[in-house]
Design a protein around this ligand. Structure first.
Ligand code: 13P
Ligand code: SF4
Length: 333
């Protein structure tokens, strides 16, 4: 089929009729085998996508899987910066994203020209950037981190070295508090993790006195302050498995509840309530991916992530640094 770039640019994916009789789970399994493709999915993907993935993980786990796969095609069920990260690590492989419009409010909160001007004002600072940023921001950074390794990454920098932390101000403030540093914070945030209501969570805790409140460090400080445990998506999942508690109020994107429930079927997981009655704790970007779009992207091998080679090399340097520090700290194998 002759697919024109405009077919994809407008909608974000190649929109064509799917035979309604097709078993998409079986088709995706067939395409993975036929094309030697690996399907990586973030925990925030819808349950059907998680169930067909070869690997489900948080940002650090996914980056590590992307760096060590010998598949010919990486299908990334996540958002754009994650697929872009896979491409940075794998220039020779085809990297596919089911919907090119699956962006990230946090990555969008740091436009590269503005960030460059900010960085230029502080020439004595090094830049540590959270992986939730564009390749352009990565290229302006010295080290990348994820929520799983951020503390170790910061520890690896001499105490007297000034640091700019971007783009998430909530994660940055949390890390400042934990490390006793005074990193200069870029004013960005994730729309999903900023939406939780302290008032509603407090009421929920009264109704469920034995429940543990577990939160992602992208949440705002008042939520983190009353949390029983704070961690990356994988750390939250592990905590629910090893904890003696049987009830959890989960302050992060709701997609993770699927794995929590699967891994601990006898425990109860309650999504932390957002400030109004919207489903704002579902990431609208992550949830743009569907099983249908996943099938189409594997069948037609579009949309594909492409990148200028100079940009890729510049963005890879701080990623390599992150991998080295994570390996030395025993966080990845
Ligand atoms: P982690 O996967 O590192 O926990 O990050 C959460 C997130 O917001 C991903 O978009
Ligand atoms: Fe970005 Fe937040 Fe969605 Fe993660 S949950 S992809 S940080 S908007």
């Amino acid at each position: 089929m002759n697919i024109q770039p405009n077919d994809i640019l407008e909608k974000g994916f190649f929109d064509t009729e799917i035979d309604p009789h097709l078993d998409l789970f079986a088709e995706i399994a067939r395409l993975k085998k036929e094309k030697n493709a690996i399907l990586l999915a973030h925990y925030y993907q819808e349950p059907d996508i998680q169930d067909v993935a070869d690997y489900i993980g948080d940002s650090l786990g996914l980056a590590q899987q992307a760096s060590k796969t010998d598949a010919d095609i990486i299908v990334f069920a996540g958002v754009h910066f994650m697929a872009e990260t896979a491409k940075i690590l794998n220039p020779g492989k085809k990297v596919l994203l089911p919907d090119l419009k699956a962006g990230c409010s946090l990555a969008d909160s740091a436009p590269a020209p503005l960030f460059k001007a900010f960085k230029d004002k502080h020439p004595d600072h090094i830049v540590i950037s959270y992986i939730n940023c564009t390749a352009d921001i990565k290229a302006l950074s010295d080290i990348i981190c994820t929520s799983s390794n951020a503390e170790k990454i910061i520890e690896s920098v001499p105490k007297d070295q000034p640091i700019i932390f971007a783009p998430d101000k909530n994660l940055g403030a949390y890390l400042n508090k934990k490390s006793g540093r005074n990193m200069l914070l870029w004013n960005g945030a994730c729309m999903v993790h900023e939406i939780f209501s302290l008032e509603k969570i407090t009421k929920l805790k009264i109704r469920h006195p034995k429940a543990k409140l577990i939160s992602h460090p992208e949440c705002e400080e008042p939520i983190l302050r009353v949390s029983d445990y704070i961690g990356s998506t994988t750390q939250l999942l592990k905590y629910t498995e090893v904890s003696d508690a049987t009830e959890f109020i989960v302050a992060t994107e709701t997609g993770i509840l699927h794995q929590m429930q699967q891994n601990s079927p006898h425990k109860t997981f309650i999504p932390a309530p957002p400030t109004n009655s919207c489903a704002c704790n579902d990431c609208p970007h992550m949830k743009l991916n569907t099983l249908e779009k996943l099938y189409l992207c594997m069948e037609y091998e579009v949309p594909e992530i492409t990148m200028d080679e100079n940009l890729r090399l510049a963005a890879k340097k701080p990623m390599d640094r992150m991998m080295e520090i994570s390996r030395a700290a025993g966080l990845i194998g």
